[in-house]
Design a protein around this ligand. Structure first.
Ligand SMILES: Cc1cc2nc3c(=O)[nH]c(=O)nc-3n(C[C@H](O)[C@H](O)[C@H](O)COP(=O)(O)OP(=O)(O)OC[C@H]3O[C@@H](n4cnc5c(N)ncnc54)[C@H](O)[C@@H]3O)c2cc1C
Length: 498
């Protein structure tokens, strides 16, 4: 893998592959184990396809008891394990390890209970995000967080990444919509955090687990809130001659006390790529495009549409279209929802970055990105969850041209450094994974990282769950003075000693 430092594979574990496969087969049955090189191929990367690594073996458990038995085995035998949902992570969170078991949760695909009275659904982690809404929409309900990948990504992956989407500005991220989980610890112990109600007792361990990127345990059940679908929704499609004007309009809408159901922005390269792809009438001459959706009771939505129209006009809108029918509203969104695949048509490869900034810093960050684009000689197309200040610059490159991936990665790192410099953060919703791992010290001090690692060590002292992710290299429980040498075997032998 190019330039990325991962934990050195443990030769002893590699040498015991046959024995490990046999043990896993005893737990889940032969149909739940994938070991052939052809069978392992689909698992060798996630959505961050720049990095690939076939796992030692893939295991597909079907029950919590099987998950617990596999984890207990890995714990006992010192074998690493990477949990995987649908493999759509854009930060490399589900990248396998050569000497690690990859646990796919895709056979956990059942909706266990829907309680319309309590407004909760209890689902297995391999259920796709969209399938939850599909299961409750006949009664006028839906599950609010809606990543663009919702047709494919799993709710277990959403929990691990604290995923967001267009509707999260108004309805919150995964963390605000998950009430409880069942979690299996690396020891095989099964714990329940939260339940069917808000505000669980004791420490907020559920909050700790949501967004923990598969480093603390394997989620085997999720209880989510379901919401009543809004009575109506309408959207405005607004073009601007500069992203500064669009950025000001976003800030003005929020400042007016209006919280749209979604407020997304695209820059000119993204507008054109999307329009080429779905042809829904996006204004190709606009430098920035804003889609603002208002939802709620019809009378309120009609009123707010008028207010937002006035605000965007005051801030220099050059074109305004307002949806009248649901079909028209969906057409406005079609280009935005297809922005990532559309970028795939204008470039052989792209890196999708994910940083968050204070909204008012948008013009400064966009200017900075243009300078970087010229300096690195790489194009960039931008889509934003504008209301949240969450940027998704798509850096376009060609992996077949030597050096372009390295340049794209350096460009991406500079964008994230800029996000932190203007008061933002390294990630909005895609997680840290391997992608932003080595940038963590840009945002966190040594003491911050040590404290975060102490939490990790409390759950997984041997660092067997998803190692190599989130924490910059050379930071393990061993470095926190907790090294225990057993039978002359030095733990974390791959860490250089000083
Ligand atoms: C085209 C496209 C668009 C996207 N749009 C968005 C978007 O709008 N918003 C957004 O937030 N993200 C988006 N993503 C990123 C991705 O879809 C999300 O991060 C998603 O939550 C990952 O889910 P998954 O099931 O694919 O998880 P995976 O990719 O399989 O895994 C992601 C992480 O979760 C861990 N994990 C998975 N399942 C479990 C489990 N049961 N227990 C413990 N840990 C687990 C893995 O170890 C890994 O660290 C997009 C991705 C693509 C490809």
């Amino acid at each position: 893998m190019s330039g990325l430092m991962m934990p050195v594979p443990d030769a002893a574990v590699l040498g015991r592959r046959g024995e490990i496969v046999a043990a896993l087969t005893r737990i889940v049955g032969a149909e739940g184990v994938v070991e052939s090189s052809v069978g392992l191929k689909p698992y060798e990367s996630d959505g961050l396809t720049a990095y690939r690594q076939p796992p030692l073996v893939v295991v597909l458990p079907r029950t919590t008891a099987e998950v617990a038995a596999v984890l207990a085995y890995c714990h006992r035998e010192g074998v690493k394990l990477v949990p995987r949902g649908a493999g759509t992570s854009l930060s490399g969170g589900a990248l396998p390890l050569e000497d690690g078991v990859l646990m796919s949760m895709m056979r956990f695909n059942r909706i266990l209970d829907v309680d319309f009275e309590d407004r909760v659904a209890v689902v297995q982690p391999g259920v796709t995000n969209l399938a939850i809404t599909r299961a409750v929409e006949h009664r006028g309900f839906y599950y609010a967080p809606d990543p663009s990948s919702q047709i494919a990504c799993s709710i277990g992956g959403n929990v691990a990444e604290n995923s967001g989407g267009v509707h999260c500005l108004k309805y919150g991220l995964t963390a605000n919509n998950v009430l409880g989980v069942e979690l299996v610890l690396i020891t095989g112990e099964v714990v329940r955090l939260g339940g069917r109600h808000l505000d669980p007792e004791g420490y907020d361990l559920l909050g700790l687990v949501i967004g923990s990127e598969g480093l603390l345990g394997v989620v085997t059940e999720v209880t989510v809130r379901i919401l009543r679908a809004p009575e109506t929704a309408r959207a405005l499609l607004v073009g601007f001659s500069s992203s500064e004007d669009a950025g000001r309009a976003v800030a003005a809408v929020i400042a007016a006390g209006i919280i749209p159901g979604g407020m997304e922005m695209m820059d000119r390269p993204a507008i054109n790529a999307a329009e080429d792809f779905v042809a829904v009438g996006y204004p190709r001459d606009a430098e920035a495009l804003l889609i603002v959706e208002l939802d709620g009771p019809e009378v309120e939505v009609d009123h707010l549409i008028g207010e937002v129209e006035a605000i965007v006009r005051e801030n220099g809108a050059t074109t305004i279209r307002i949806s009248v029918t649901p079909e028209e509203r969906l057409a406005f969104w079609a280009g935005r929802k297809a922005a990532f695949p559309a970028a795939g048509r204008i470039s052989p490869d792209y890196l999708c970055m994910d940083g968050t900034i204070p909204r008012k810093k948008l013009p400064e960050v966009l200017t900075g990105m243009q300078e970087m684009s010229a300096r690195y000689g790489l194009r960039v197309a931008n889509v934003f969850h504008a209301g949240d200040g969450n940027l998704h610059p798509l850096i376009l490159y060609d992996a077949n041209i030597p050096g372009e991936l390295d340049r794209a990665e350096s460009f991406g790192a500079d964008i994230l450094r800029l996000c932190v410099k203007v008061g933002g953060v390294l990630t909005g919703e895609h997680g840290v994974g391997i992608e932003k791992r080595d940038l963590m010290p840009v945002m966190f001090s040594e003491a911050d990282l040590d404290h975060q690692m102490r939490v990790k060590c409390a759950f997984d002292a041997d660092h067997l769950l998803n190692p190599g992710k989130v924490f910059p290299q050379l930071r393990r429980c061993a470095e926190l003075g907790r090294m225990h040498v057993h039978a002359g075997r030095l733990p974390f032998a791959d860490i250089p000693r000083f």
